[in-house]
Design a protein around this ligand. Sequence first.
Ligand SMILES: [Zn+2]
Length: 100
Amino acid sequence: MKEAFKTSGSSPTDEGDSSPTEIKQMWPGGPLRQYSNQRPASNWIPYDGVGYVGSYVCNSCGKVTSGVYQTLEGWMCAEHRDNIQIQRLSGKNSHRRAAA
Ligand SMILES: [Zn+2]
């Protein structure tokens, strides 16, 4: 599984600054990322000469995350990537453990 580039400094510092942000797909089939025409925080980086991009967004839960991972189902946060791998493993093995 390939690891996507992670944003450094994963502590968001939204100090009451309410610049409008949207979610943008970086390229067809690519990961989702926060996007804004104005720079909401210093850790956002210039993008395409017209705007700024912030943290990545999970394809599955839509939550902002410090890094996303490419899966067959899309770009997902570590939690959902792990869920998919667990599902796949348990799918191959038809035995199910009874819940206690
Ligand atoms: Zn997720």
